[in-house]
Design a protein around this ligand. Structure first.
Ligand SMILES: NC(=O)c1ccc[n+]([C@@H]2O[C@H](COP(=O)([O-])OP(=O)(O)OC[C@H]3O[C@@H](n4cnc5c(N)ncnc54)[C@H](O)[C@@H]3O)[C@@H](O)[C@H]2O)c1
Ligand SMILES: [Zn+2]
Ligand SMILES: [Zn+2]
Length: 377
């Protein structure tokens, strides 16, 4: 079938993107779903900082590619052998397709599936196929096994989780990345319990979901840190007990002083080395620093080895919030329905495919939380 998609041909173009247009909206050909795959009409797709990193080029991607990995839509067709989904079902997409068979999947960690990772690096679906072609026949790579900056997407069955159709799809979309990553880091990776304390460093779409989850988990003290004072104001309204400006050179000392030695759990959701250093510096003795941010693929940060040992600190990564999507999406939607994961507060407006480059300018400026693309509106 023919559809419109936003194709990234070249990484690293300078801003403003509204002028340099790294994403080019083109008519393309989308093949129907193969065995084990489904065709989704994309209703809503969020603009995540990881998409911005792909445009900036700090995380290499096979080109040309259709990115977009946070979304929700309606199943329009199912391929051979697909069970549990049929046309008309509403789904949230999952940005790691998992094989169910590799050593990580069998240990209950499909978010780090080896086959999913290999397919993503190759720019294919889990089957190894590419279903998008330019009109001259050139194949186009898939981003995260999804390619949601398009009107339709063919994805692996396990890249979608069926949801209750009463959930507005523009809210459902945000669960596909920001909620799983932010709330999952708190509930799954950190396993935060009532009465504990936590800091969130970086209050974008991901960090604000970590904040909502910390409030929902019953954390006693919730410290929120960002470079943007407006985000600190929102964090206070939304349940942070203390806020600190990361641009203050004395920030780490102030947090440690206010919290008598730092926080037991610190989640970094900015994706920058200074944010990671700050997160480590405000973690208490015996505490955990958990990073969900994704900086430049080659960036490293320094850490005092001896202190890791003498203070019994721990340092962890959190990918897709350590989620098992089929288990956690329904759980998180339950919290949303009770007002405890109010993702609708994170919506910073809607846009069409033609406005997508300007949307990434706004995300890069840091002035928005989640902008929602509606490619069929
Ligand atoms: N681990 C995962 O599975 C996963 C999934 C999605 C996104 N990510 C990554 O998470 C990060 C956040 O994504 P997002 O969409 O929420 O981004 P965003 O741009 O919406 O938010 C980032 C926030 O960090 C703040 N910030 C920047 N530098 C900072 C610093 N030094 N100290 C404190 N705050 C700082 C910004 O002001 C902004 O509010 C990105 O790096 C993204 O690639 C990871
Ligand atoms: Zn994302
Ligand atoms: Zn696997």
């Amino acid at each position: 079938m023919r559809m419109k998609a936003a194709i990234l041909f070249e990484q690293g173009r300078p801003r403003p993107y509204a002028e340099t247009r790294p994403l080019v909206v083109e008519e393309v050909e989308l093949e129907g779903p193969g065995p084990g795959e489904i065709l989704i009409e994309v209703a809503a797709a969020g603009l995540c900082h990881s998409d911005l990193s792909a445009i900036e080029g700090i995380r290499p991607r096979p080109l040309p590619i259709v990115i977009g990995h946070e979304g929700a839509g309606i199943v329009r067709e199912v391929g051979a052998g697909v069970t549990g989904l049929r046309p008309g079902d509403h789904v949230i997409t999952v940005f790691v397709a998992s094989c169910g068979e590799c050593r990580y999947c069998v240990r209950g960690r499909p978010n780090i599936c080896a086959s999913g990772f290999a397919a993503r690096s190759a720019g294919t679906l889990l089957s190894g196929a590419r279903r998008i072609r330019r009109l001259d026949g050139t194949p186009v790579n898939h981003g995260s096994g999804l390619s949601l900056f398009a009107q339709y997407a063919v994805v692996h069955r396990r890249s979608a989780v069926k949801i209750d159709p009463s959930v507005p799809l523009e809210d459902a979309a945000i669960f596909g990345c920001a909620v799983m990553t932010g709330a999952g880091a708190v509930f799954n990776t950190a396993g935060l319990r009532p009465g504990e304390n936590i800091a969130v460093v970086g209050l974008g779409g991901v960090g604000m979901n970590a904040l909502f989850a910390a409030v929902a988990a019953g954390a006693e003290r919730i410290v929120a840190v960002d470079t943007n004072p407006e985000k600190l104001g929102l964090a206070r309204q939304w349940g942070a007990t203390d806020t600190f400006l990361a641009t203050d050179p004395d920030c780490a000392r102030k947090v440690r002083e206010a919290t008598e030695g730092g926080l037991d759990t610190v989640i970094e959701t900015a994706g920058s080395i200074p944010a990671m250093q700050l997160a480590a510096a405000i973690t208490a003795r015996g505490g955990s620093t958990i990073s969900a941010g994704l900086p430049d693929a080659k960036a490293t940060f320094s850490y005092l080895h001896a202190e890791l040992v003498t203070d019994e600190r721990s340092l962890r990564g959190s990918y897709m919030g350590s989620c098992v999507a089929e288990r956690d999406i329904p759980r998180f939607l339950g919290l949303y329905k009770r007002g405890k994961l109010p993702v609708e507060r994170l919506r910073s407006g809607f846009l069409g495919l033609e406005e997508i480059n300007a949307g990434f300018d706004r995300l890069a400026e840091g002035s928005v939380l989640r902008q929602i693309l509606r490619p069929n509106a």
